[in-house]
Write a protein that binds this ligand. Structure first.
Ligand SMILES: [Zn+2]
Length: 310
């Protein structure tokens, strides 16, 4: 098993989404009360279990699942894990909890995006019983033995997003709020799928993360990074750039295919300084940017004054 740099008492489990490395990481909080931050999708539960096994743990040993948000690539396995371990508690944003209890709406909207690939991508998403769930709106703390986690409301990528800051080791579990990155590569990309992207809220969330002065940013896609200043600056810049590309594309009346191509060209030029192997890895990790384009386009159509040239 490949080992990655991580904060103290935290392990990274690569769940090999669709068999690919470096797409989805689950973070394991080690100690007397082992817990998972974002266990990943239901489809990758066997790889998650293999990862736990490498630390001498099983699902039965876990005390908690701590969720940054309830998108299927982060939280899809929660129902299966909770069913397997009746003592485990799930910690989630108040706005995300209803979708854990009844995933039908979440599955319906994901189905519109992913169509007949749903089962392959995300697997068997089971509901979580409400009595197993603790809800957060930001401002609360959660103590898991050696880990003292503070919850922060962190909209931008999703309305129901939390950032969890572990005061014991300076790790910020930022979910998708600081974008996507490959291990060893000094470059981030935004994660902007529909339907909740909110650029104004997102900026406030970036401010919040900065003010926490974390020693580590733990990204679901993919890994833990200690070059926090670089990462945050880069993540802010890329988000602004991509948002502007989509805004301009909408103003020019482009169709979606042209808009997506413009984003893909931007990514290619941002990655031009990297080695060919790194560029290929990024393209594989990212896939088509259709969803990124749609999330930003939806934001501008909802909130942007596309008639004004500001
Ligand atoms: Zn994600």
């Amino acid at each position: 098993m490949e080992l990655y740099p991580t904060p103290r008492d935290v392990a990274l489990i690569d769940v090999y989404h669709l068999g690919r490395p470096h797409v989805i990481s689950a973070f394991l909080l080690l100690g007397e009360a082992p817990a998972l931050v974002d266990p990943g999708p239901a489809s990758t539960l066997p790889a998650l279990k293999a990862g736990l096994d490498a630390y001498g743990l099983t699902v039965a040993d876990l005390r908690a699942v701590v969720l940054t948000h309830i998108h299927l690539d982060h939280a899809g396995a929660t129902g299966l894990i909770a069913a397997e371990n009746p003592d485990l508690v799930v910690h989630v944003h108040e706005r995300g909890a209803p979708h854990l209890i009844d995933p039908s709406r979440l599955l319906g909207s994901a189905g519109q995006l992913y169509g007949d690939r749903m089962a392959t991508l995300w697997g068997d998403v089971r509901p979580v019983a409400s009595e197993r769930i603790r809800v957060y709106t930001g401002g609360e703390t959660l103590r898991l033995n050696g880990h003292l986690l503070r919850a922060f409301d962190a909209p931008g990528h999703a309305k129901h997003h939390l950032v969890w800051f572990d005061e014991s080791n300076g790790a910020a579990f930022v979910g998708d709020n600081t974008g996507v990155r490959l291990p060893g590569v000094r470059m981030t990309r935004p994660a902007t799928p529909p339907p909740d992207v909110d650029l104004v809220a997102w900026q406030r969330t970036h401010d919040l993360i900065e003010q926490l002065h974390p020693q580590w940013l733990c990204l679901t896609h993919f890994g833990a990074y200690s070059d926090v200043d670089f990462h945050l600056t880069d993540a802010r810049l890329r988000l602004q750039q991509w948002a502007e590309i989509v805004r301009q594309s909408l103003l020019s009346g482009h169709d979606e295919a042209t808009g997506v191509a413009a984003l893909e060209a931007a990514l290619a030029s941002e990655a031009a300084h990297l080695s060919p192997a790194e560029q290929a890895a990024i393209i594989q990790q990212t896939g088509p940017l259709t969803l990124s384009w749609r999330g930003l386009a939806r934001y501008w159509q909802k909130f942007g004054n596309l008639g004004a040239a500001s």
